[in-house]
Design a protein around this ligand. Structure first.
Ligand code: ADP
Ligand code: MG
Length: 240
């Protein structure tokens, strides 16, 4: 479903991604990990066109992401993204956060958008918060709203960039639980995270990045039991 072929990217003279290739099949959950600054966020943002690339080819189903004719707003509706900081609109209520893009991008009518929004709020356990504002919710609740907001667009895949790393420890699990459920429901997911418990539970594959390269891309058992590189071994030793 998602295919990255030999992608490279530079920020000015600094090469942030070097010849990265991987594929994610429908229903697969791929965890992306690696040291800070290794290019994980940049890599995942290239998938929905948030970061342009200078070399290579990215496809989501039959859409070529790095084709200048591709409609990026429509692509981003299909490929939902959840960031470290929840990025909800602070001046809109929770239900308004959930309906805005449905109405603007998918052209759904208000009632249909609201019904969808309420259904997804229920799915993440937040029905009663529909009329509150983001600032009135805890970090964990806001992140669950951010996930629900992405799901309102009926995405074919979801990208997560360290969705729990800005949360207080006691809120991490409520967000991971929602993600585990999504994975079990068959959602195709690329997840940048250092939560190796999550990786062990639901990942099919683990990608390990170092200095802008994908240095390991293997089945999760192989990654945890027999990392191939010293860098991955060091990384695992530090975080496990
Ligand atoms: P990670 O998510 O693995 O921590 P990033 O993808 O955020 O890594 O960043 C990879 C490298 O690219 C880092 O060295 C970072 O400083 C650099 N970088 C990220 N964004 C920019 C930018 N907008 N301009 C220049 N350098 C950047
Ligand atoms: Mg990052």
């Amino acid at each position: 479903m998602i295919s990255l072929k030999n992608i490279s990217k530079w920020y000015g003279h600094f090469q942030v991604l070097t010849d990265c290739s991987t594929e994610v099949q429908t229903g697969e959950v791929v965890v992306v990990c690696g040291p800070s600054g290794s290019g994980k966020s940049t890599l995942i943002k290239t998938v929905n066109g948030l970061e342009p690339i200078q070399q290579g080819k990215i496809q989501v189903n039959d859409i070529v992401v790095n084709d200048r004719h591709t409609n990026l707003a429509q692509l981003r509706a299909k490929v939902g993204m959840v960031f470290q900081h929840f990025e909800l609109f602070p001046h809109l209520s929770i239900i308004e956060n959930l309906t805005l893009a449905q109405i603007k991008v998918l052209k759904r009518n208000k009632d249909a958008a609201r019904e969808k929004g309420l259904k997804l709020l229920e799915r993440v356990g937040l029905s009663v918060q529909a009329n509150k504002y983001p600032g009135q919710l805890s970090g964990g609740q806001q992140q669950r709203v951010a996930i629900a907001r992405a799901l309102c667009m009926d995405p074919v895949a979801m990208l997560f960039d360290e969705p729990t790393s800005a949360l207080d420890p006691e809120m991490i699990n409520e967000v991971l639980d929602v993600m585990v459920e999504l994975a079990h429901d068959g959602m195709t997911m690329m997840v940048v995270t250092h939560e190796m418990g999550f990786a062990r539970k639901v990942a099919n594959r683990v990608i390990f990045m170092d200095e802008g390269r994908i240095v390991e891309d293997t089945h999760k058992e192989a990654f945890f039991q027999h990392p191939q590189t010293d860098r991955a071994r060091d990384f695992l030793a530090k975080i496990l």
